[in-house]
Ligand binder design. Structure first.
Ligand SMILES: Cc1cc2nc3c(=O)[nH]c(=O)nc-3n(C[C@H](O)[C@H](O)[C@H](O)COP(=O)(O)O)c2cc1C
Length: 386
């Protein structure tokens, strides 16, 4: 049997701090520190503790060239090699090791930049909620906790400043100055179908399709996209859109269709929104939401092993969300975007592989509630504390 090391592996010396109570009780003040080696391998999607012998083996075995298992066993010991194979940090060429090998091959075939694969894999959330970390502190509470933030502006060379003429008005102004992040959605109101259709088409729809090969097309959209590849897909979570049953859909950007993936009753759709939004109930009430999922494999087809490619996926979703915000503002609706989402739960829901897809953000919109507001918003013309 032959083996090699998994394609992407980072090893972290993880520190654990604790109070050294005997020292403290003897009148001293002491922090005790211990360290352990943690293996971070994106194809395994979990952290693994390893010992010094395993560290040496992982450092000495090629990630590219297959070599005889027996040779590694002679050098590092049978138990060490067996343990690393069993945990998928070493990849074997026999059927017994097919699961880890397939994950490793998916990672190799997707052309991830290794550090990006690491940041992506270990930056995802599962089942995060207000109970275990998600919260919305006011700016005033933050001031109290952290003191003054860095200044809101940079003050560089003010003595040589060139005063600019006032910004003239323009056709975008109306939408720009109506845009704000809504956190008080009307629980009864729906988004009219025509508004939803325009929002989806003008944000996520293809405005033009250029055939560049027998099976290859370039889509032109209203937002820019790294490499013109438009890797971000729109999965639509409908709670209240006139004429559309609550549920989860995929928006087809060329056919301009909502393709049903999972029907949901209203309560289930609301509960799902809240779960995916890490318990941010102030956003979960929005009747129309879009889960933005980047197909990393489409972007990395061009940007192979590229330092900037993963960043471009986030930028693409950011552009789409601003277009979505402005179209919502045009229709008189507040909108939101958030990256504080349970992306790993979304992958499970949509049966997506995190090595091939990156769930980047959720945006949504809907009519604002009338009456007193429970959650802070930054609307133009208002000056309340935030
Ligand atoms: C990348 C990104 C992430 C955001 N995440 C959240 C969030 O998790 N929860 C939330 O209530 N608002 C979120 N927002 C909205 C911002 O808080 C909001 O844009 C900011 O307070 C300025 O307000 P405005 O959009 O009304 O101008 C996010 C915005 C961006 C661009």
């Amino acid at each position: 049997m032959k083996l090699r090391r998994c394609a992407v592996l980072y090893l972290e010396s993880r520190e654990h701090l604790s109070i050294d109570w005997p020292t403290v009780l003897a009148g001293g003040s002491a922090l005790a520190s211990s360290t352990r080696w943690v293996a971070l391998a994106p194809h395994l999607d979990q952290e693994l503790d390893i010992d010094a012998a395993e560290l040496a083996a992982l450092g000495g075995i090629s990630q590219t060239v297959w070599s005889e298992r027996a040779a590694s066993e002679r050098r590092y010991g049978e138990a060490c090699i067996a343990g690393l194979l069993q945990r998928g940090l070493l990849i074997g060429d026999t059927p017994a090791h097919a699961t880890a090998r397939e994950r490793d091959e998916t990672l190799r075939a997707t052309h991830w930049r290794p550090l990006s694969a690491l940041a992506h894999t270990f930056g995802r959330w599962r089942e995060v909620s207000s109970e275990n970390g998600m919260e919305a502190p006011s700016f005033e509470a933050l001031l109290e906790q952290f003191g003054e933030p860095p200044a809101p502006t940079l003050e560089l060379a003010p003595e040589q400043a060139l005063k600019l003429p006032p910004a003239g008005g323009g056709p975008l102004d109306e939408a720009l100055f109506r845009r704000y992040t809504g956190r008080n959605f009307d629980l009864q109101a729906s988004v009219p179908l025509a508004v939803a259709a325009r929002l989806l088409q003008r944000t996520f729809g293809a405005q033009q399709v250029r055939q560049v090969g027998p099976h290859a097309a370039v889509l032109k959209k209203t937002s820019p996209s790294g490499g013109g590849l438009h890797p971000v897909e729109a999965f639509v979570l409908v709670q209240r859109v006139e004429g559309v049953a609550p549920g989860l859909y995929h928006y087809h950007p060329i056919e301009h269709e909502l393709r049903p993936l999972r029907p949901l009753d209203s309560e289930a759709a609301a509960a799902l929104a809240r779960q995916l939004l890490a318990d941010q109930h102030w956003l979960a009430d929005a009747p129309l939401q879009v889960l933005m999922v980047a197909r990393a494999e489409r972007s990395f087809w061009k940007y192979r092993n590229h330092q900037k490619a993963y960043r471009a996926l986030a930028l693409d979703a950011g552009h789409l969300s601003q277009t979505f915000y402005l179209l919502a503002a045009e229709a008189g609706l507040p909108a939101f975007v958030t990256a504080a989402i349970n992306d790993a739960d979304i992958e499970r829901l949509l049966e997506l592989d995190h090595l091939r897809h990156a769930v980047v953000a959720i945006c949504g919109c809907g009519p604002a509630a009338s009456g007193p507001r429970n959650m802070v918003e930054l609307r133009y013309g208002e000056t309340d504390a935030i």
